[in-house]
Ligand binder design. Sequence first.
Ligand code: NDP
Ligand code: MG
Length: 406
Amino acid sequence: MQSVTVLGATGSIGVSTLDVIARHPHNYRVFALSGHSQLELLASQARQFLPDFLVVGDERSADELRAQLADSDFAGEILFGLDGLCQVASDPRVDAVMAAIVGAAGLAPTLAAVEAGKRVLLANKEALVMAGPLFMRAVAASGAVLLPIDSEHNAIFQSLPSHYTAAAYSEPERGRVAAEQGVAKLILTASGGPFRQWQLAEMASVTPAQAVAHPNWSMGAKISVDSATLMNKGLELIEASYLFALPAESIDVVVHPQSVIHSLVQYCDGSVLAQLGNPDMRTPIAHALAWPQRIDSGVAPLDLVALARMDFAAPDLQRFPALSLARQAAAAGGAAPAVLNAANEVAVAAFLAGRIGFLQIAQLVAAVLENCQPREPTSLEAVQRCDHQARRCADQWLVNTANEER
Ligand code: NDP
Ligand code: MG
């Protein structure tokens, strides 16, 4: 029986995680759940799973949730804020932590789980992009078991030799483990998002509703916009370079609109291994929960005959410059990935709020990458300072651009 904390339980990944857990009541029990704005959903999850702890953003939300659960069987404690999140991520009674808070807000609790040596199921890619070297050093030092949930990275994890990742996680010298084990290249697949076949001129007037309507995957709003700009693939490139200790040049991106091949590993003898499946996050979630065993995820088996064909194309960097910006940040290293991530979070929020156009997301990120170049952060506090500095720079860009357009 594993005791599991789900950070970001009310989100798309959180809900899928609880769906898998509910299928295996004898293998997993829920220790803690966290939510942010969706208190009613969190309350209904608390009634179903009866966790020991719930965590919300602030004291007012905690009071409101307590009132909602007054006449229920939930007898646990309700915590709030970052301290509450870090507490349930590192509690000695917890075996596994699903890190599924979106964005920079997930960094500190995810790192707390890593430092406590938990089995960490990492969905929150932004945490790794912001603090990659720090994060991977913490994994090596604590002996945490880091299992990627992002479908591409989970596919690569499954397609690598089983001893690869353990070595790579403690290997600061990028590329050495890969060379020793005959890994030539990682190939990340990208669906291409909803605007894969749109002209640049049409993309200028994309609405938030169009951008969050992903053709293959059902996901939260932020990652859906990232998928539409291909920034998601850029973040994943950086994520893969840290997870698998490879330079970004050894990681290719190929557009594969059916999203059935989740990613591939190319070996020096010409072999290419891949993981395939229907696009449903319950597969990587079940894989990571049970690893090295396998459990039923509820996902329908892949029907190759019904699928009939698979297509591949190179990404169009003219229409999707975000991918190049991420490569640039990966090559620059230091604080650049944290700056890229912060600028992108501000840009996506501004786009969703109707403040900027779709194509301005990458323009904002490019401007911030150029103008904001803090020194390489070597502590969590320094990463957070880089993040704040880049957000201020991005906010200034928004103000200047609004003034110019007036
Ligand atoms: P959602 O937006 O659906 O969910 C985000 C979760 O984080 C919710 O539980 C939300 O609470 C909580 N949250 C939001 N802001 C804060 C905050 N400031 N403090 C604490 N908690 C907060 O996102 P997804 O589930 O789609 O994605 C989660 C992470 O997983 C992201 O990092 C994403 O990149 C990654 N990922 C997601 C995939 C997917 O298929 N969805 C695939 C691969 C990776 P509430 O809803 O109550 O406000
Ligand atoms: Mg992904």
